[in-house]
Design a protein around this ligand. Structure first.
Ligand SMILES: [Zn+2]
Length: 383
């Protein structure tokens, strides 16, 4: 069955096409072009975008949950079904620091869900964020549950998760963790530096071994000092590093966001939400990772004021790049779509090009999701 999305401005996102058309055949994009040039088959089902924006569905490689549903466990089913409402069509189900046995038990549940994934956003795999972190850069995570990453641990975790682990955030300076980088890459897992107190030289060694991705740049990592550039300096210095950025307007100052985008370009900045399972919930007192968490003023915070993930999803980040930093939409979309997909090797995602997955979001003029297609199927439409 063919579908045609018509009457909108298409952002591929490399190109902007006024009065554009996107033709879908089964679950793939067949054609993208101007209305005058695109032949729409007579039997095609038509979706009129009503003059709105037609963009690739958002790709969030770092998110923990939404609306009370946690990616760690059965909540993953709800996450898959709910996030198309935020324009997200693919994501990495991200875990956090818990005691080792608890993480392993959770990974088993997640692996089972992913082997028969429900309809909704496509889960690209599991992103492990903890317990292989630096206690010095713990953020909200519990230091006593942390220990260095080892090759054995990689095998145990991957086995528990039925092989669905695709990213591991870890502190390479802890123990012999840096030595696991080649094994991670050989296993199809993206090594990601994060929650790290590494020096610039330590990151340099990790980059030589293949490191090319950093978890939420600026947050929970050694900062840039003029005599010790730290992790932040290394992320900016090494062109090959994809730099995740939380653009919720809370985690990172707008000027720091803009500096990163200028230094790295939108082709190397990966917009992430780092959404807590409490994202989207009204103000109140909740619990996450066995800790009390308050939702107030658009933030999720522990009693001591430490941020506990984000309250916003990726659509807010895109809006902030436009509304706070003043980027044109065609530029703001790139870190949330094409670059995010490229950073995890998902070249068939994050772009509207023939042969790619038909993951599409229709955004209104306030850049709020109006309708979302995942694999060519309409999975969300605003009522
Ligand atoms: Zn996180």
């Amino acid at each position: 069955m063919e579908k045609a999305i018509i009457n909108g401005t298409v952002y591929t996102p490399s190109e902007k096409i006024e009065s554009g058309v996107v033709l879908i055949s089964e679950n793939k994009i067949q054609l993208v072009g101007h209305a005058n040039d695109a032949k729409i088959p007579a039997q095609a089902e038509i979706f009129d975008a009503g003059g709105m924006f037609i963009a690739p569905g958002f790709v969030d490689v770092h998110m923990h949950g939404v609306m009370g549903h946690d990616c760690m466990g059965q909540g993953l089913v709800d996450v898959i079904q709910k996030i198309p409402a935020y324009g997200v069509t693919s994501f990495m189900a991200t875990t956090l620091t818990l005691p080792r046995e608890e993480v392993l038990a959770t990974l088993e549940v997640m692996g089972k869900i992913l082997s028969a994934s429900p309809d909704g956003a496509s889960c690209l795999g599991i992103h492990i964020e903890g317990p292989h972190l630096s206690p010095k850069r713990a953020g909200m995570a519990t230091p006593t549950w942390m220990y260095p990453l080892s090759a054995n641990d990689l095998m145990d975790f991957q086995k528990a998760a039925s092989g669905y682990i695709r990213m591991i955030t870890f502190a390479p300076e802890e123990g012999d963790a840096i030595k696991t980088i080649p094994a991670l890459i050989a296993n199809g897992v993206v090594p990601v530096i994060g929650h790290s107190d590494a020096t610039f030289e330590q990151v340099q060694q990790a980059v030589k071994l293949g490191l090319n991705h950093a978890t939420h740049t600026y947050n929970a990592m050694r900062g840039l000092q003029h005599r010790e550039p730290g992790v932040v300096g290394a992320v900016m210095y090494f062109n090959q590093i994809y730099a995740e950025l939380i653009a919720d307007g809370v985690h990172v100052h707008p000027v720091a966001m803009e500096i990163l985008l200028r230094v790295k370009s939108p082709d190397k900045v990966v917009l992430i939400s780092d959404s807590a399972p409490l994202a989207g919930l009204p103000e109140g007192e909740y619990e996450w990772e066995h800790k009390p968490v308050h939702v107030r003023d658009g933030k999720c915070v522990l009693p001591d004021g430490t941020l506990a993930g984000a309250h916003e999803l990726l659509d807010t980040g895109v809006r902030n790049l436009v509304n706070i930093l003043g980027l044109p939409l065609e530029k703001a979309l790139i870190p949330a779509t094409r670059t995010a997909a490229d950073s995890v090797g998902a070249k068939h995602k994050g772009r509207l090009e023939p042969g790619c997955d038909a993951d599409i979001v229709i955004l209104d003029h306030d850049i709020r999701p109006f309708a979302t297609f995942a694999g060519g199927r309409l999975v969300y439409q605003r009522s």
